[in-house]
Write a new protein. Sequence first.
Length: 470
Amino acid sequence: MESKLENNKVTMENTIKDYIQTNKNRFLDELFELLRISSVSADPNYKNEVFKTAELVKEKLIAAGADNVKICPTAGFPIVYGEKIIDAKLPTVLVYGHYDVQPADPIELWHSNPFEPIIKDEKIYARGACDDKGQMYMHVKAFEIMMQTNSLPCNIKFMIEGEEEIGSENLAVFVKQNKKKLAADIILISDTGIVANDTPSITVGLRGLSYIEVEVAGPNRDLHSGLYGGAVANPINILCEMIAKLKDEKNHITIPGFYDDVEILSEEERSEMAKVPFSLDEYKQALDLSEVHGEDGYSTNERNSIRPTLDINGIWGGYTGEGAKTVIPAKAYAKISMRLVPYQKSENITKLFKNYFESIAPLSVKVKVTLHHGGEPIVTPSNSFGYKAASKAMETTFGKKPIPVRSGGSIPIVAMFKSELGLDSVLMGFGLDSDAIHSPNEHFGLFNYFKGIETIPYFFKYYAESFAGK
Ligand code: BES
Ligand code: MN
Ligand code: MN
């Protein structure tokens, strides 16, 4: 019995590795086809490309062997759905991913065309290479392998959306309206990362988000800064003063009530976190920084995962063209994001921000605060069947047990999956923080792409086995 199991293990390993080896170039060519379409969801100029990408994802799912593949229209960009139901008695894994990407700007900082993928130094360079086309496509190819080698051990459903980078609002509607169609036992997502290629990890926490835009209005027109300067409020000056008031000298956020619901981690949890391999020197070096910056009393890894933030993402107004123009602008603007942690609530934080921001505005200006999008933070279990299956799968292919880590990023739909579908998500991503997602020269390691494809079938195997043993 023992030896037979061993044999099976060797067979599965060989089967997967051989399949990947034989189809390596095609797996890359197909991903490149996806990467060539500029599916930027935020920019209306790319609308057709986003729709075209959905079509291509549909084709790829069909080619890989999925049934009932459909492009589900929404009020925005469509959701691509597909499934393979082999036996209603077996568990069902719902795979989620996104085919939309961030804008490529600033385009002049790319070393190659963001929508003409190239391989350099063993990495695929393109917008979306890691976030999330590359990682989403690992699932399509892992599914192909399981189909072609007759080894899909449970049911699978795919739900690939086109609006993740703009807040997934229409997906939220779709989820609420299609609870039956989406019935599953677990959600599997590769849209996060690992600590390092020799330090596998599984993400067990994501931050929430409140994204806000503010407008500060002064005089009813741009004014000559000599004739009026010193006598009327300059909206840019005022906006800067107001922003400066949002944090104190210890980098604590000053909005009253902001920290009221923040989860306090135990010393034990914090010391577990501190064990995750991390070099502050390398971190600083990689970003060309002589010093890091953040909330007093917390380490870098705590600041970017278990603590909430407030950041200005953009600020504009007045004259920014060539040369100098002496002007007091009529208006100034900023985009502000707050990353949230359990148990903060996006709607509540947005309200607290609005109240406070309005309260600190001097009478010399008028302030408008509008919400862009929000999302709730989530912590996913690290003792579930799903987590354990992912852990065993990664241990099998990396030769090392992955560590659970909380990430600072956000995937707002994950909290919704829990609240609306009652389903936990397993965040088994394969990216690296250094992959430059959302930045110029985004890339995804060939190692990571193929390691993902190799690991996913083991997740299905171990997950199905844990159910069988129930
Ligand atoms: N895949 C990222 C989120 C991510 C990346 C989480 C790496 C953990 C590790 C996702 O596509 C993303 O960029 N999300 C946005 C939120 C969205 C509402 C715009 C984010 O985190 O800014
Ligand atoms: Mn993503
Ligand atoms: Mn993203």
